[in-house]
Design a protein around this ligand. Structure first.
Ligand code: AMP
Ligand code: MG
Length: 403
């Protein structure tokens, strides 16, 4: 049986370099950038005022204080978006607003709150405080220099990136294409919501959870109808899904029973199994396969196993498919509020609840069918075989949900 790291490495090494496309910046948030983007301009593009106030020559106001204000002649006004032909000469000042270009000759801005005007002398400004050279001035290129990297190829584009790219004048970017990922649930006991449950039947619950997780990483889920445990039905469903999608996630039918047909059905479609079974709990029967340039992630049917193997093994692959460099799941540190014990021989990714104070609790029943603890959980703690983590220990919580 493969070790977890070995399984993940084998999956990632099978993923080809990303296919890319150009998208408008307003569609790019959350996508994986496929090019290095540098700023073609300095930001800010010109020296400008950080305050509403007055542009001055700092040496003119070196003695200013509220008791003995310095009197300067107001020689003009520059609103944001305007430019000013004349400079600031000694003994004068220019009215500015936040974002107004700093006029020539000025080297500082005195903020409005440190000035006074008198109605009888509207062309005079009383300066009540000193200003050091550069004070309240945002110099050209202070924030981002022309040519500086705004984002690297392989990075997930965040809201912050979108803002900085927009500020540099970008309208579109090259990103990794989004995979269409088929979702197939196998199991003759499965029924759709709204159908009457007969004896031995249950409602299908894996496809929607997986679809939600796929959307969060930029994939386009495509939900297929339920598939009974019949070799030919599974083969036909896989063939359709593989022809319409870039990758297929199945759930169920990958265990050792004689009703587990996914592996053989995949081979019957021309697919090649890359490996089966990983030494983790839950999720041991996970299958990875490849059919030409398409991929199969065969998840176990138990809802917890399906979700955990998705987070640990399929999610990284689908991010790498889009060109992401960092494909590891988000992690948050926390402190165990109670012990977590794994008496077994496989690594156990235990469901936990990380609260806002950073305390980590077991989410409850750890069996791989247990939906109550899945609903209570917002992460997993990787507990090594035959290990008991004591209360008070710091652990890394692998996250899939913000709640
Ligand atoms: P399997 O992996 O097919 O052996 O299924 C393991 C367990 O998960 C069985 O109890 C199945 O009934 C259940 N199961 C399989 N697929 C699903 C599904 N899509 N939704 C809910 N439960 C499922
Ligand atoms: Mg089954």
């Amino acid at each position: 049986m493969l070790k977890f790291e070995e399984a993940l490495a084998r999956i990632l090494s099978a993923i080809p370099p990303p296919a890319t496309e150009i998208v408008a910046l307003n569609r790019a948030c959350g996508r994986i950038l496929a090019e290095r983007v540098a700023s073609p301009i300095d930001l800010p593009p010109f020296d400008n005022s950080a305050m509403d106030g007055y542009a001055v020559q700092s040496k003119d106001v070196a003695s200013a204080n509220p008791a003995q204000p310095v009197r300067l002649r107001l020689s003009g006004r520059v609103a944001a978006g305007e430019s000013f032909g004349d400079g600031v000469a000694p003994g004068t000042c220019v009215r500015l607003f936040t974002g107004s270009p700093l006029p020539r000759g000025a080297d500082a801005v005195v903020m409005q709150e440190d000035t006074r005007t008198e109605p009888e002398e509207p062309q005079q400004v009383l300066i009540l405080d000193t200003a050091k050279p550069g004070e309240n001035v945002r110099p050209r290129g202070e924030d981002i220099k022309r040519g500086a990297t705004l984002a690297e190829a392989g990075q997930l584009l965040t809201v912050g990136h979108i803002c900085s790219l927009a500020a540099s004048g970008r309208a579109e970017v090259r990103v990794g294409r989004q995979p269409v990922v088929g979702l197939l649930a196998t199991g003759s006991e499965l029924r759709e919501a709204g159908q009457q449950l007969g004896p031995g039947q249950i409602y299908e619950s894996n496809r929607l959870g997986l679809a939600a997780l796929l959307e969060r990483i930029g994939c386009i889920p495509k939900v297929f109808p339920l598939v009974a445990d019949e070799p030919e039905a599974i083969r036909a469903a896989l063939e359709t899904a593989l022809s319409e999608c870039d990758a297929v996630l199945t759930s169920g039918g990958v265990s050792v029973g004689e009703m587990d047909f996914v592996k053989s059905a995949f081979e019957a479609t021309g697919g090649e199994l890359q490996f089966w079974r990983v030494a983790i709990k839950p999720g041991r029967p996970f299958v990875f396969g490849r059919c030409r340039e398409k991929f199969l992630f065969g998840l176990p049917g138990n809802p917890v196993s399906a979700l955990v193997t998705f987070v640990l093994l399929a999610r990284p692959a689908l991010l790498r498919w889009q060109g992401a460099v960092d494909v590891s799941p988000p992690r948050s540190p926390g402190v165990l509020a109670e012990p977590l014990a794994n008496p077994g021989a496989r690594r156990h990714f235990m469901r936990v609840k990380l609260d806002r104070e950073g305390k980590v609790f077991s989410a409850g029943l750890q069996a791989s069918h247990a939906l109550s603890s899945l609903a209570a959980a917002n992460g997993l703690v990787d507990v090594p075989p035959e290990t008991r983590l004591a209360a008070g220990e710091t652990v890394q919580v692998i996250r899939w949900d913000e709640g």
